[in-house]
Design a protein around this ligand. Sequence first.
Ligand SMILES: [Zn+2]
Length: 308
Amino acid sequence: MRNIFVLLLISIAVFSCDENSSNQDIKNEPVQVEEEGENFMQGIKDLGRKTIEQGQKLSKKVKEKWKKVEINGFSIEDDIKMGKQLYDEIHASSEYKVISEKNNGKLYEYIENIKQTILSNGNFKYKEQFEWKITILEDDKTINAFCAPGGYIFIYTGIIQYLDNEAELAGVLAHEMGHAERRHGTRQLTKALGIQILLDFIMRGKNSDYFKQVIGGLINLRYSRSYEREADECSVEYLCKTDYESDGAAGFFEKIVEEKGNQSAELLSTHPDPEERISNFKSLKKEMNCQGKSSYAERYRKIKKLAI
Ligand SMILES: [Zn+2]
């Protein structure tokens, strides 16, 4: 907390400096805040209030600094609200074909069990707060899965059919759940929106139109290289205490490499190339000394037929 408070002071100094000022503070190290902090956000709100009241624009230097700040301008409640709104929109939209839980109980139950295994064995901060709700989308050509903020998980039938065993699916799910747990969606949005817009957002309230635009951006959000790495680490970590092969997600990339396959998957959305990721999965498994050996290929084959 003390560090955050010091950073708050540095930030206010940095954010307060004028564009033409030769203020030495601007030469400080870039502000790096790993976790969101109330004091820090309060500082930003105060700055925003001052800026709006005085009709000023933020300086170019302040905006440059903002790009290096690693904070989340959204609350946990925002994550849940955004995820729920996206969930509702997808369920109501004719663009997405949601497979009904009522008529496909067995398939949902199967994936639900994998999800529960991940949640019970991974060290989740938001295990209780987030929804962790699964939706299966019918589209055999889309080899993809994604997880919206607040833990709303979406899996296409395409990826269920593409994978060869349960450990691979568990690895992919754990990766996606890692994105939600580490709040990558709203962290990335914080950066993408830019400080000026974010300040307006914070100061003038979350009006529904604006909120909608922001949520629209979530569907096509591409995560940074470091967030992808982090989610890959989560995948191994969450599976490490289960009896699954904890590098299950590597199987997905091995197949992609073998087949020079589909490049549209969320898992392939950014830079770390598949070969690099495969070797990362394997070395993480070693480092964490994970003992799981099961892949459950046989029962997966049976369940796959339900997703056709
Ligand atoms: Zn990802």
